[in-house]
Design a protein around this ligand. Structure first.
Ligand code: ADP
Length: 293
């Protein structure tokens, strides 16, 4: 998955509107996409957008924040959660985001995940300025490029592991491939044999694995993980970190993970420290410093 870039350069125009033209564009995108993986829907639209931006494949970083500010509230109640953040993340990085509570980590992750927009400044994704996209286009970007893992797993309780993992594909019209892709994702996270179990029949560690399978089933370029080990003891946390590490190194998924725990951050190749709405420190770890199994 590393180096997944812009496959649809020949497609021009605005492919983000709904309707028959959009569906036709999707079909075209599938043909232009990777053979047989069925991920062409929507992603090719984003790729077309990248291509038409003129920066695609032109050395644009995967992610770039330029002077991002976020202000909550107005007037005397205004609260500046981010105060001009500059951040550049390349494909294939594994970044831990650390900082005291209230330092702006979640606000930054929400912006990176297209769940919120900056008050000012720019967010660029693969050479596309996200602030210039419509709400629907941002939803497509989220759905086709980003995977999310949360502290609290957020699984449907009465639904089997495999059906939980299939969920994101329902919105992608993955059709008959949905089930087999969910099974593959469960295998990737080491849960073969547990497919028909409901979350209540699984341990916390296994539930987080299901949540990770759900996040990777749509083959995202970036995995955004918010305290993924916050509900696990340290032995289980290490297992999850090793899984994220292997998704990063084997599958080429860029991982951006918020954590409070230095022990968990030690598994990342880079640690970005937030303080009072700004990046205070940005450290790259040498290979020998990164925690190994
Ligand atoms: P962290 O994730 O590092 O704990 P946050 O990004 O959640 O920090 O919060 C940064 C600052 O913004 C905090 O002072 C917090 O109270 C404030 N904040 C976060 N979300 C909101 C919101 N929706 N409305 C008002 N203030 C908020």
């Amino acid at each position: 998955m590393a180096g997944k870039t812009l496959l649809c350069r020949t497609v021009g125009g605005d492919f983000f509107h709904e309707g028959p033209e959009r569906r036709a564009a999707n079909r075209g995108g599938q043909r232009a996409g990777r053979a047989g993986d069925g991920t062409g829907n929507g992603r090719s639209e984003c790729e077309a957008m990248s291509a038409s931006s003129g920066q695609a494949g032109n050395g644009a970083p995967l992610i770039e924040l330029r002077g991002v500010r976020k202000v909550y509230g107005t007037g005397t109640a205004a609260m500046e959660a981010l105060r001009g953040v500059d951040l550049r993340i390349e494909r294939g990085e594994f970044v831990a985001v650390m900082g005291a509570s209230g330092s702006g980590k979640s606000t930054c992750m929400n912006i990176l995940g297209c769940l919120d927009t900056p008050t000012s400044g720019e967010y660029w994704f693969q050479g596309v300025e996200v602030g210039k996209l419509t709400r629907n286009q941002r939803a497509l970007l989220r759905r086709h490029y980003l995977g999310f893992v949360f502290q609290s797993f957020n699984l449907l309780k009465r639904t089997s592991a495999v059906e939980n993992v299939e969920l994101p594909l329902i919105y992608r019209h993955a059709g008959t491939r949905r089930h087999s892709r969910a099974l593959t994702a469960l295998k990737q996270v080491g849960l073969t044999g547990w497919e028909s179990h409901t979350p209540g029949e699984l341990s916390g560690r296994q539930q987080q694995r299901v949540a990770i399978a759900r996040a990777i089933v749509s083959q995202p370029v970036v995995l955004l993980a918010d305290e993924p080990t916050g509900n696990l003891d340290s032995a289980r946390s290490v297992e999850i970190m090793l899984l994220l590490r292997s998704l990063n190194s084997e599958e080429g998924i860029t991982v951006i993970m918020v954590t409070h725990e230095p022990d968990m951050a030690a598994y990342a190749k880079r640690i970005v420290h937030f303080r009072d709405g700004l990046i205070e420190k940005d450290e790259r770890q040498h290979e020998e410093e990164v925690c190994s199994p």
